[in-house]
Each structure stands twice: as structure tokens, then as C-alpha cells.
Write a protein that binds this ligand. Sequence first.
Ligand code: FES
Ligand SMILES: [Fe+2]
Length: 374
Amino acid sequence: MSDNEQKAANDARTAPVAVWQILEKLKGQDLVDWRVAEVTNRTSIKERNLDIGYPFGWYAVEPDDFIEAGQVKPARYFGKDLAVWRGEDGKVRIIDAYCKHLGAHMGYGGKVHGNLLECPFHAWRYDGEEGNVKEIPYARVIPPQVKRRCTSTYPTTEANGWIWMWYHPEGIDPLWEVAVHEEVGNPEWTDYEMHEWMVYGSIQNMAENGVDVAHFKYIHGTADVPAAELRWGEWGRGADVRAKMGTPSGVVDGLISYDTMGPGQSWVKFHGISETLLVASIVPVEEDVLRVRYGFTQPRAEVEGAGAGLAKALIRDICKQLDQDKVVWDRQKYEPNPIICDGDGPIPQFRKFYSRYYVGEGGTPGSARLEAAE
Ligand code: FES
Ligand SMILES: [Fe+2]
């Protein structure tokens, strides 16, 4: 390896320059608190061009131990108040929270009745698949307006240790399945090590980060960004990045494979330093609020063996990268007509691809123009 290559590899571990003044003093609990603290003085959604709705797909809304059979809980995602319950059959159901009768929020005080959700106010009982009222214990006749579908329900599934919710603004049924990771739940792999952030920005901007090759140097302090082999599928996309990575015990050949299924499922496999699977949960709460959780799993043999330090360091480094990006994402607007230079990554191609996750003509604002510019 030449001196320059050696330097490039070591530089991958140097401190970032651009956002360092914000992050350098944050350590331990201060850093954990900063990651989830509300950014209160942010510019309006409209001014940041974030009023473009939510992309449709499967989203990992809660870990699978969030709710037990017979429990009801409130949740808020996609700008909606929701009620979540697990029926006696073990299946999770999600419905719009507000009762069609007199508007009670069923996530607070609602009860599970068999597999139905019973409103706390007057015990109207909702079906979580059909979105209608099945029983009103004190009425002889169920009003016809609620006997048929009268509210929104959301398809759910469980995989990879998460409860998944299908979101589509027009209530279209799922268009693909959640990808399943065999590492999760495998006794030879660790339970998730979970890290959490609130990001005050758009999920599309966050996704664009992976193809924005130029930012790696200025935000993450890497000296060089190796070329990625990109994959573009029907609903998913991915990349293989081969890189020489600097570690405390020398330079190693690393392979980072990144994949997505829709806008709400993404995972990254790291090979080389320490085998690691990162399963990301990124869910919009509002148009400018994202709940982000990263679950890491690694082979027990590595974590409990001599490589334990490296395995931990890898997780720390990935979290640090998210901290660095968050400084930008929290304030970034959506720029529908970006001015791109020749050193940028395939941002127009990414946007054209991503526009398939929105309903309506032309997808996101600006995508038609980008297409014309290609
Ligand atoms: S408000 Fe829900 S049953 Fe009356
Ligand atoms: Fe980044």
C-alpha cells in the first residue's frame, strides 16, 4: 500500500471538520439527550418545501415487544393519531385513533374485545381489518354509515423484531413484502443494540445521503470516497461499497452493502472489520419530524471474542456518522431544483427513482425537470 493509500485509510477515522463545533463537546448522556431533543425553533414545513406528503411503503413503527395480546396503545405517525392493539389471536392492528361516534381517542383507555378494539367512551367495537363497527352493545341497530368501512386501517406484519405498518395515502394494499433478515433472532447473533434519534427533516433527504458522495469528505471526514456499485430494483435499491478502512489494528478491506425495500425499510451489512447488520427504522411522525432507530446485530462469536473492541467501535462510528448528518438534516430544506456539479453523486437518478413512492403525476416536485436534464 502506498503512503497515500495508507493516509487515506487512516483519515477515515479523523474528526469531521464541517460540523465539529456542534458535536465535539457532546459526550455520554449529553450526546444521547441531544440526539432526541426537539429542535424547537425550526423554519416552517412550507418554507422548507417539506409539504410533499409521505412516501408509501412498509415502515418499522415499533419493536415487536411494544404491545402484548390484549393491550391497546396510542401512536402517532404520518401526521395521524393512531390506536394500536394486539388481538387475542396475537395479530397487531392499527386504526385511526378517533372514534366515529363522538370522537374519543381510542388509544387512551380503549380495550381489546376478542380481536376487536372497543372504544372507551361507549364501547363501540371496531374491526381492525375491515375498518367498520361490528358491535354496539347498547344499540339494537348499527348505523349503516359505520356498518361498512368508515375509518382507515393499516396493514401490519411482524418481521426482524419489528412491527411493520403499511402506509399509503390512498389506502392501496401493500405492493411488496418486507424483506426478512435471517440474522435477526438467530441465536448465533446478538440481540439488537438500539440507538435512537429524532431527525427534524424529510425522509427523502435522509435517503439521498447514501448517493451524495461528495458529503462524505465534508461531513464525515473521509479523505476519499470509493466508487459504489449501485443496484436499482423495482421497489428497492442498493449499493456495494468496497473500501480500505482504517482501524486501530491497521487497514482492512471492507465491504459495505446497503439495501432498501421502499422508503421505509433499509439495512446495511458490514463485512471486513467486524460482521455487522444494521437494521434501520425510520418513520415520519410529521412532515418535518422523523423517528429514527438503528438496531445493530453482530455474531456472538466476534462480540464475545478478541474482536469485541472493533465490533463496538464500528457501531460507535456509524452512530457518529448519523450525528454528523443530523446537524444538516435538522435544518435542510427540500430543494426541488438543485444545482448539481460534476463531482456530485447520482442525485438526479436517485430522485427519479424515489419519485415512484409518491402518488400523483411526476412524483415529487422537481423530478420531471431532473428527468429532462439527464
Ligand atoms: S365516542 Fe367512541 S363509542 Fe362513543
Ligand atoms: Fe452521511
